[in-house]
Design a protein around this ligand. Structure first.
Ligand code: HEC
Length: 188
C-alpha cells in the first residue's frame, strides 16, 4: 500500500514537469474563434530570441520604441501588411492600424495584436504564422510607432515611454530611423 502510494507520488510528480514548463508561457487565442493558436507553426528560426521569450511569458513586446529595432519592423510591415493596411497603417482594403479604434478591442494590448496577426481574423486577414516570431514582434513595434491617436490610449507604452513618445504625423510620415547600433532590447 505504502509502496503503491510512493509510486503514484513519483508518477504524478513526473507528470507535473511538462505542465510546469508550459505554464511559464501564455496561451494565445484566435481572435474570431477563440481557439488556442498553433504556436508550433511559427518557423524554428526566431523562436527563442530574448524578446520572443519575454513576450511569450508576459504578453509585453520589448521592441516597442527601441529605435535600433524599428527599421526591421518597418521592412517586414511593408512586405507583408502595407498592401492591405496602407503605407503607414492609414487603411486600405484592411482597416487603419494607426489610431485608437480597434475592430477587436484587444488590439490595444500587444498580446491581442499578436493574436490577430499570427492567427488572422476574418476574410482577407489570413494567418501570418509564416513570419518568424521575432519579426512579428518587430513589425508590431513599428505599428505602435506609427500610432497617431491620443497618447493616453496608448496603453501598450510604459509611463516613461509615454512621456517620450512623439506622435506620428501621417501627413508627413517619417520612415523608421536607420539603426545606429545593434537591435537590442533593454534588460528585462
Ligand atoms: C490581403 C489583405 C491583408 C493583409 C496582407 C493583411 N491584412 Fe490585416 N486585415 C485585413 C482585413 C480585411 C482585416 C479586417 C478583418 C476583420 O475585421 O476580421 C484585417 C484586420 C487586421 C487587424 C485587426 C484590426 C482591428 O481594428 O482590430 C490587424 C491588427 C491586422 N489586420 C494586422 C495586419 C498585419 C500586421 C499584417 C501583416 C503581417 C496584415 N494585417 C496583413 C487584410 C489584410
Amino acid at each position: 500500500m505504502r509502496q503503491g502510494f510512493k509510486i503514484a507520488a513519483v508518477i504524478s510528480a513526473l507528470a507535473l514537469v511538462p505542465v510546469m514548463a508550459i505554464a511559464q508561457q501564455l496561451t494565445f487565442y484566435h481572435t474570431v474563434t477563440g481557439e488556442p493558436l498553433p504556436m508550433d507553426k511559427a518557423p524554428e528560426e526566431g523562436r527563442d530570441t530574448p524578446a520572443v521569450k519575454h513576450f511569450l511569458q508576459t504578453g509585453e513586446n520589448p521592441y516597442n520604441e527601441v529605435k535600433n529595432c524599428l527599421k526591421k519592423g518597418e521592412e517586414v510591415y511593408l512586405v507583408a501588411c502595407s498592401g492591405c493596411h496602407g503605407h503607414v497603417g492609414e487603411g486600405k482594403i484592411g482597416p487603419g492600424l494607426n489610431d485608437n479604434y480597434w475592430t477587436y478591442p484587444k488590439g490595444n494590448t500587444d498580446k491581442g495584436l499578436f493574436e490577430t496577426i499570427f492567427g488572422g481574423a476574418k476574410s482577407m486577414m489570413g494567418p501570418h504564422w509564416d513570419l518568424q516570431l521575432d519579426e512579428t514582434l518587430k513589425l508590431m513595434a513599428w505599428i505602435r510607432h506609427f500610432y497617431h491617436g491620443p497618447i493616453e490610449d496608448a496603453v501598450w507604452l510604459t509611463d516613461s515611454q509615454k512621456a517620450d513618445f512623439v506622435q506620428f504625423d501621417p501627413k508627413n510620415p517619417q520612415d523608421a530611423p536607420e539603426p545606429e547600433g545593434e537591435c537590442e532590447i533593454p534588460a528585462q
